[in-house]
Design a protein around this ligand. Structure first.
Ligand SMILES: NC(=O)c1ccc[n+]([C@@H]2O[C@H](COP(=O)([O-])OP(=O)(O)OC[C@H]3O[C@@H](n4cnc5c(N)ncnc54)[C@H](O)[C@@H]3O)[C@@H](O)[C@H]2O)c1
Ligand SMILES: [Zn+2]
Length: 348
């Protein structure tokens, strides 16, 4: 269940009173320690003992070494099966903390308190936990739901703008695949800031939650959440391998632009709707220079995508603003055309 908490975190305190946990372990990274933990601790009303577990910030920490350290600390601190892990942070913390909790002693309970826009609207919801393996993202993990998700939107006030804009891409995606009004409300925001975004967080969370409830194991409509992610992930990986990492949402924004054009080339989306989608995404996101990436390299990654079956590239593509199809296999010439379209946008 997702609950937006008030300034006193009373819903969280009620939850802690109702349950009988033995001890609380709060997982933070250095930034959420500084910016979010004081607010949480200042409002926490519980007789339970608690410990703070801090890791460095960043995706590089989402690995088995960190998981191992956390399992060891839990063991040394004698966390029993009634212990509660509170994940206070962005997607790295909720993925990692969820993974550690869901495997420690075959699973202890955890709750998520997301502190980035991306984790509020996406990562903390849906029960996917995990860590990266070598340079493959989210290779090892579990499907385990948190006991609860508590959202305090004011945590976003300290989030760097680029991180906010990155999470906003997932919100735009939610509108595009499922809810035209949500898309229109979001694109009605002229200056991207916390105040403008907060009123729309609930709708995005609901869309993600509803999709996940209908298809937990991603056999059908959960795949729609991958719109923009097929090309987006490939570009994200190539930027990373060149030593110029970009934020996930920046890659997804680029991916949504080329995949909207791809949906048009495939005859799924009208030229008019493709144009509306592309123009609006361009309003918020700077152009990403992909001129150095060869089509062969991009295809190499597209063929490796986890969503593929039978060595065919499966796309989730919008078929209108607010609707989406999944498992769509595109003509190779159209995929090339959509990349070319994006490259040419630099001059437009
Ligand atoms: N499980 C899922 O379904 C799912 C879905 C999408 C993404 N993810 C995962 O989420 C991760 C990305 O999440 P993210 O974008 O939240 O990254 P993140 O957790 O790395 O947070 C981004 C940065 O913001 C900082 N930060 C967090 N909250 C802050 C605050 N309130 N004020 C100031 N700084 C703050 C963090 O310390 C970090 O430096 C990736 O690992 C991705 O794989 C998982
Ligand atoms: Zn995403």
């Amino acid at each position: 269940m997702i609950t937006i908490v008030d300034d006193n975190f009373s819903q969280l305190n009620d939850f802690l009173h109702e349950k009988s946990f033995s001890k609380i372990f709060i997982l933070v990274d250095e930034n959420t320690h500084e910016y979010c933990l004081p607010t949480l601790l200042g409002n926490l009303e519980t007789d339970l003992g608690f410990e703070i577990l801090e890791i460095e910030a960043g995706e590089e920490m989402k690995n088995i070494q960190t998981a191992n350290q956390l399992w060891e600390i839990l063991t040394e601190m004698q966390a029993d099966r009634k212990a509660l892990v509170i994940n206070l942070g962005g997607g790295v913390i909720t993925d990692m903390g969820g993974f550690v909790a869901s495997t420690y002693k075959r699973g202890i309970q955890f709750i998520n308190i997301p502190t980035t826009l991306l984790s509020m609207c996406d990562a903390s919801i849906g029960g996917k936990t995990g860590i990266d393996l070598m340079h493959y993202k989210n290779m090892v993990g579990t499907f385990t739901f948190p006991e609860q998700i508590f959202v305090y939107p004011k945590f976003l006030e300290t989030l760097p703008f680029k991180e906010l804009r990155s999470g906003f891409a997932e919100m735009l995606k939610h509108g595009l695949i499922a809810d035209k009004l949500h898309w229109e409300n979001l694109t009605g925001i002229h200056k991207l800031d916390v105040e403008g975004i907060i009123p729309h967080i609930q709708t995005s969370m609901d869309i993600k939650q509803e999709v996940v409830e209908k298809d937990f194991h991603e056999k059908n409509i959960r795949k729609n959440l991958n719109f923009g992610h097929t090309i987006g992930h490939a570009i994200e990986s190539l930027c990373l391998s060149q030593g110029n990492p970009i934020l996930h949402g920046e890659a997804v924004a680029m991916g949504m632009i080329s995949e909207a054009h791809l949906a048009f080339l495939e005859g799924l989306l009208s030229e008019e709707d493709a144009g509306i989608i592309i123009e609006n995404i361009q309003r918020y996101y700077p152009y990403l220079d992909i001129s150095d990436f060869k089509d062969e390299d991009i295809f190499g990654l597209l063929l490796n995508d986890k969503k593929n079956t039978d060595s065919k590239i499966n796309f989730s593509l919008v078929s209108g603003i607010g609707s989406c199809v999944f498992d769509h296999q595109c003509h190779q010439k159209n995929i090339v055309g959509s990349l070319e379209f994006y490259r040419n946008l630099i001059n437009s």
